[in-house]
Unconditional design. Structure first.
Length: 185
């Protein structure tokens, strides 16, 4: 029992320390900073992932969250801000928040990009009080295996998601709901 309590306390302390150190990365940025960070993240992603380049050339718009912060122990959360690009120009800003519960511990930062492949999927982003991943248009999470098979002829989903620049340690299984809401900058 003492080992379990000690392990729990150590993991909780580590998550708090990492989350505190990483918090400035997920803090509110100005519109200009968010545009720069979003463009740089998108450029790095598309340079390293052929599928992202293919999607970028065909997408109606791309929503980039350059730096998300995720931390938790049993209960967890993540937060970050993003920018929506249409034809290379920033047109709107969003925040992404999520809560989770389950077997999890740690903290990490990461980025993600959503490639909206048509106007209907893009309209869904602002149609309600926030876009919930898993509700609405079909979202395909692109990993390395799937990324190798994406071509302009195989694009069939409305939204494609990439996760990139993961740093930190977050392990576990859980149920998660993520909500994206438009914000003013």
């Amino acid at each position: 029992m003492i080992h379990y309590v000690r392990a729990y306390a150590t993991a909780l302390l580590a998550a708090i320390v990492v989350a505190t150190a990483a918090a400035p990365m997920a803090s509110a940025a100005s519109a200009a900073e968010l545009q720069r960070e979003g463009q740089a993240a998108l450029k790095r992603l598309e340079a390293s992932q052929k599928a992202a380049r293919v999607l970028g050339s065909k997408a109606t718009a791309v929503l980039v969250f350059p730096s998300m912060l995720k931390a938790g122990f049993m209960f967890g959360g993540q937060i970050g801000e993003g920018v929506l690009f249409r034809k290379g120009k920033a047109v709107a800003y969003y925040n992404s928040v999520a809560a989770s519960y389950g077997l999890q511990a740690g903290a990490q930062t990461f980025g993600y990009a959503l490639y909206f492949m048509n106007e209907a999927a893009l309209r869904q982003l602002d149609a309600t009080e926030g876009f919930e991943l898993g509700v609405g248009p079909s979202v395909v999470l692109v990993d390395e295996g799937l990324g190798k098979s994406i071509t302009t002829n195989t694009l069939t989903s409305e939204v494609y998601a990439f996760i990139f620049s993961q740093k930190g340690l977050m392990a576990g299984l859980g149920i998660q709901g993520s909500k994206i809401t438009r914000i003013s900058k």
